[in-house]
Design a protein around this ligand. Structure first.
Ligand code: KIV
Length: 280
């Protein structure tokens, strides 16, 4: 079947038809290619970049320039998936003008199809402003890692009725503000079920259970390339770090004992040219 580029209309149709939306993160060309080739609907260039690729302690230090650099690389590896750039901390909080300018960079410089920003009531006005500028916005509620110090750590959100109602109200407000979908991170699945049923836009679960319209995982977590910690909601489909580490150790020992390179990894010169060279 001919594949077409995924659009917001396709994502909304999936919710209508009860089909699950798939999303993974990618921060560079080779992984974006693999994700795209696997037929995943959406690629998120998450600011998780900061932790799983750049080695920061949290997502807070990630800059616009870092996000644009990696989004450009992911763009080059993406043909069909819907590509979303994650707006880093402080790129959309200072003023609407700055937020629109930064969201625009994801579209113009990196060729993204949309941007994501974290937060509820505090980002409604800026969400509307970015949407009004013609840039689709993916919302993000529940555990919002950019404000981790305010939340008091990486904890499940919406665990009591009041906190859950706040997430529901904010989800409805974000839908009204124009978001095309909302990521729910670390929310009890019964809560995200209620939110999913109330919204007409899709919900994407990141540790928010089985009843959302789609799922997203950080690719480096699910392929075992980031082992500082593995969140409870992550399923590791493969442990690449072990495989890669074994390959590095084998390479070291083969170089040291002369097994690598073997003749098939070398280039030759013609006998007569070699003889001439030796005479010089
Ligand atoms: O930064 C990121 O990768 C994210 C996803 C986990 C939703 O925000």
């Amino acid at each position: 079947m001919d594949r077409k580029k995924v659009t917001i209309t396709d994502l909304h149709a999936k919710k209508q038809d009860g089909k699950k939306i798939t999303m993974l993160t990618a921060y560079d060309y080779p992984i974006a290619r693999l994700v795209d080739d696997a037929g995943i609907d959406c690629i998120l260039v998450g600011d998780s970049l900061g932790m799983v690729v750049l080695g920061y302690e949290s997502t807070v230090p990630v800059t616009m320039d870092e996000m644009i650099h990696h989004s450009k690389a992911a763009r080059r590896g993406t043909r069909f998936a819907f590509l979303i750039g994650d707006m880093p901390f402080m790129s959309y909080q200072v003023s609407k003008e700055e937020a629109i300018k930064n969201a625009g960079r994801f579209m113009k410089e990196a060729g993204c199809d949309a941007v994501k920003l974290e937060g509820g009531n505090e980002v409604l006005a800026v969400t509307r402003a970015i949407e009004d500028a013609g840039i689709p916005v993916l919302g993000h509620l529940g555990l919002t890692p950019q404000t981790i110090s305010k939340l008091g750590g990486y904890k499940v959100q919406g665990k009591d009725a009041e906190a859950a109602k706040k997430i529901l109200d904010e989800a409805m407000a974000l839908e009204k503000a124009g978001c095309f979908a909302i990521v729910l991170e670390c929310v009890p699945e019964e809560v995200s079920k209620i939110i999913t049923e109330k919204l007409s836009i899709p919900t994407i679960s990141c540790g928010a259970g089985r009843y959302c319209d789609g799922q997203v995982l950080v690719t480096n977590d699910m392929v075992g390339l980031f082992d500082r910690f593995v969140p409870k909601f992550v399923k590791q489909y493969v442990k690449l770090s072990g495989l890669i580490s074994d390959a590095f150790k084998k390479y070291k020992s083969e170089v040291e004992d002369g097994t690598f390179p073997a003749p098939e990894h070398t280039f030759a010169i013609k006998e007569d040219e070699l003889a001439k060279l030796k005479k010089r």
